[in-house]
Design a protein around this ligand. Structure first.
Ligand code: FUL
Length: 489
């Protein structure tokens, strides 16, 4: 009787004490709801398509005849299916590139698909792509080049009205827009309705970005906005698709504006930073952004795409892979094949988390409360996390795998609603009666993937070696990449 009472009393005591343990205070700049949703995408695509596809150029001058744009066998479904098979979660299309040709029938210019022989001037590339993406469950975004080498008024205040009118069309007629891409290449020589001259603009003031951004917020509150320095997602500082080995999700936003890029800083972010503006790694599956038949043999291999995935997604950034349609208006075979094989290999790596049944212990658990238990790092959904008492910034966590297991990929994720807290970590394996370090790194953020030599061990230890605040870690995963035979690479 007495024992039963004591047991009940202790359970009651635990219940009241555990509910009293508060979660850690958030640290530093925090992601918005919009950014949190975007972080889950990780991998999505670019579709570069316009007159350049037909003139074999990368940058059109702006004097291309509308008749040039004439895909022979366009299929939005084929493009979307190729992307989906590659595991891309969305597509961002060039509605207008620097040449100024509009791939939708804008009411504000005649320089568009309206004047093209394609579908007798009735075609709307943006519409078909938006509908196909939405039907397939993919996000849909638009690239509207601020620089317009066709427009007579480029460089004058009227152009800003024109640009915003076009943006309004794109943001109101095509359903939900997931991302708006504001390119940083701005001003220079161009056709400008026959003027054929060089027009330089003041990148800081000409576009009056704050008001354009406000328009996007008003019309599509869920849309992420990309530019060199945000406001929602930043350029990674190169077009090779590679984030810095250290890549913070934070940036001193006031020091950047579109077209004003300190690429080194963008590559790694600023710590602690004033705003949450994670990096996006844009890169083309081919050397060029637009399709050129001469590059058919230069499509990135599945192996190269995997490497890029680890150097973008695996460093807390997103991977924006460009798939340029060819003159038919379809993704060419070599690209489709490489992308599908890349996906097969990626899925094979992440098919099984070898840590799932591990016994997880930690040197400290916040308030000894199971809400913050070490084993939360195996929960998967990202809602739970392991955390420690405020004063404990360099704890360690041990995964006892029960028996030796072999892996070569480790996946870590912080619990983002509490900010980016961890500044350095190390990974050890239990070997011949002692701990031996096999990996280490700095930033974790939304995702950190380590990929290296195969490790075989029964126990793995994660040491947080530096943190700005007590860590909040949402995931630890161990994966084994199947060995690929040489001829498949
Ligand atoms: C650059 C542009 O100049 C390229 O043509 C391409 O669109 C790339 C994604 O952004 O700034």
């Amino acid at each position: 009787m007495k024992i039963k009472f004591l047991l009940l009393a202790s359970l009651f005591f635990r219940a009241i004490t555990s509910s009293a343990v508060e979660p850690p205070q958030p640290y530093g700049p925090l992601p918005s709801e919009r950014q949190l949703a975007w972080h889950q995408l990780e991998f999505y695509g670019f579709i570069h398509f316009t007159v350049n596809t037909f003139t074999d150029k990368e940058w059109g001058y702006g004097d291309e005849a509308e008749s040039v744009f004439n895909p022979t066998d366009f299929s939005a479904e084929q493009i979307v299916q190729a992307a989906k098979a590659g595991g891309l979660k969305g597509l961002i299309v060039t509605a207008k590139h620097h040449d100024g040709f509009c791939l939708w029938p804008s009411q504000f210019t005649e320089h568009s698909v309206k004047k093209s022989p394609w579908k007798n001037g009735q075609g709307d590339f943006v519409r078909e792509m938006a509908d196909a993406c939405h039907a397939a469950g993919l996000k849909f975004g638009v690239y509207l080049s601020p620089w317009d080498r066709n427009s007579a008024v480029y460089g004058q205040p009227e152009y800003i009205t024109y640009y915003r009118n076009q943006l309004r069309e794109l943001l109101t007629k095509y359903g939900p827009i997931s991302e708006v891409w504001f390119d940083g290449a701005n001003g220079g020589d161009g056709f400008y309705a026959g003027a054929r001259e060089t027009r330089n603009i003041d990148r800081k003031t000409y576009y009056d970005w704050p008001n354009t951004w406000a328009l996007v917020r008003e019309l599509q509150p869920g849309a992420m906005m990309f530019s060199d320095g945000g406001p929602d997602v930043r350029w990674v500082g190169n077009e090779r698709g590679v984030a810095g080995e250290t890549c913070w999700a934070t940036l001193n936003r006031a020091e950047f504006s579109p077209g004003e890029a300190d690429s080194k800083r963008l590559n790694g972010g600023d710590r602690p930073g004033t705003d949450w503006i994670p990096a996006e790694c844009d890169v083309s599956i081919r050397p060029g952004w637009f399709y050129h038949a001469r590059e058919d043999a230069k499509v990135k291999t599945p192996d190269q795409l995997l490497d890029l995935y680890f150097k973008s997604v695996g460093r807390g950034a997103s991977f924006l892979l460009n798939l340029p349609p060819d003159r038919r208006g379809r993704i060419a075979d070599p690209d489709v094949k490489s992308l599908a094989e890349f996906r097969r290999r990626l899925d094979a790596i992440f098919a099984k988390n070898l840590a799932t049944s591990a016994k997880v212990t930690a040197s400290n658990v916040r308030g000894n409360d199971r809400k913050f238990a070490a084993k939360n790092v195996l929960a998967g959904a990202g809602k739970k996390y392991w955390s420690t008492d405020d004063a404990v910034k360099t704890p360690e966590l041990i995964l006892d795998l029960g028996k030796p297991k072999t892996f070569n990929v480790v996946s870590l994720r912080e619990f983002l609603p509490l900010g980016q807290r961890i500044e350095a970590f190390a990974l050890d394996q239990w070997q011949d009666g002692q701990w031996v370090q096999f990996a280490g790194g700095t930033s974790i953020g939304s995702h950190r993937l380590w990929r290296g030599d195969y490790v075989t061990t029964g126990k793995v230890r994660l040491r947080i070696t530096q943190a700005a605040a007590c860590p909040a870690l949402a995931e630890v995963g161990l994966y084994a990449e199947p060995v690929v035979k040489k001829e498949k690479l």
